[in-house]
Design a protein around this ligand. Structure first.
Ligand code: 13P
Ligand code: SF4
Length: 331
């Protein structure tokens, strides 16, 4: 007999003290089960404020881990502990190497303020926290960098070179990328680690030219994980929630091509919205979570044998928490 996953998930959600959290990039059928949805920052804030002791996080590893760090008293389970490709590009030792790169080029360690994009492992956030730094997301990076600059220190931005460069450009700051051409930390305000999102690298200037040629009045809206030349050629750039708000505010007749993950853009299709790519820009790790996984995770709580629980060691929680809380304190 086959299981009606939707019905079972609804039953289990009612029976248990759980909150299901889902990022916009999740498969539609999983996303529809979310009690809390939003961009990375909203998911962190709302999960922390939620009153249920159990959080079932449908997203990628760093998202569930961040909830565990800012709300250690909660039990956080992930139907799939899938690791974001960008987060995988940096670990604590690569972080140390980046600090060493700056020190070797004449910047004292005390004069470096690290900022990590939330798309990183808790151990990297802990390194950042220990050095007095903070976390940012795509929706608050401008404010967080502004806050970081108040220290008068050089900013080391990890792991996304695109986000670092895009916000440096929008703030009129000089940036460079470690390992890409001449990157002299003395000459730049923001020194970026050379990480990126493989999904957001799929959008090209040719894609933008294709749509602008076909529909001269079309708007182009992209996520700031896209390459700086794409963000510069676009009409708008913002986090997933900000992209949704931008498209919602457009006249219904206004065409718009959106450069971010496929599941989110596909949900906007009725709004004259196009996918800004000739390929399907799917995030493989976000797509790993299925309705069956969500059901099995809920069922494991009911059976008293929870699976896929997020565990973060005490030292990491202590310092990653500092970096995340410094971010949450910025309004
Ligand atoms: P948001 O914070 O905009 O939801 O982005 C998360 C992400 O992983 C984008 O690729
Ligand atoms: Fe990570 Fe890119 Fe997927 Fe976002 S879209 S979760 S940055 S791999």
């Amino acid at each position: 007999m086959s299981i009606d996953y939707r019905a079972e998930i609804k039953r289990l959600k009612e029976a248990l003290d759980v909150t299901v959290v889902a990022h916009f990039y999740q498969r539609d059928e999983v996303f529809e089960m979310g009690d809390i949805t939003g961009d990375s920052l909203e998911l962190a804030r709302k999960s922390k404020a939620d009153s249920n002791p159990w959080i079932i996080f449908c997203g990628v590893g760093f998202m569930g881990q961040s909830v565990k760090v800012i709300a250690p008293e909660k039990r956080v389970l992930m139907p799939k502990i899938a690791c974001c490709a960008m987060a995988r590009m940096i670990d604590a030792s690569y972080f140390d190497d980046s600090v060493a790169y700056m020190v070797e080029r004449g910047i004292a360690k005390e004069d470096i303020l690290p900022i990590t994009y939330i798309n990183s492992d808790a151990t990297v956030k802990a390194k950042v926290g220990e050095m007095g730094g903070l976390v940012c997301t795509s929706s608050n990076a401008f404010k967080i960098i502004e806050k970081g600059l108040e220290s008068g220190k050089k900013i080391l931005f990890v792991p996304d070179r695109c986000l670092g460069q895009n916000f440096a450009n929008s703030m009129g700051l000089k940036s460079c990328v470690i390992g890409e051409g001449e990157c002299d930390p003395k000459e730049a305000d923001i020194i970026c680690f050379n990480g990126f999102c493989s999904v957001h690298q799929l959008f090209t200037l040719e894609d933008i030219a294709f749509y602008r040629e076909r529909y001269p009045d079309i708007k182009i809206a992209v996520h700031p994980e896209c390459d700086p030349k794409i963000v510069e050629a676009a009409d708008f750039s913002g986090s997933t929630s900000q992209l949704i708000a931008y498209v919602d505010a457009l006249d219904p007749e206004q065409k718009v091509a959106v450069g971010t993950e496929y599941n989110l853009v596909n949900r906007m299709r009725e709004k004259n919205t196009y996918v800004l790519s000739s390929t399907k820009p799917e995030c493989p790790t976000m797509n790993e979570t299925t309705l069956e996984d969500l059901y099995l995770t809920l069922k494991s709580i009911e059976e008293g044998n929870p699976i896929n629980e997020i565990v973060v060691d005490e030292h990491t929680v202590k310092y990653a928490n500092l970096a995340l809380e410094r971010m949450l304190a910025v309004k």
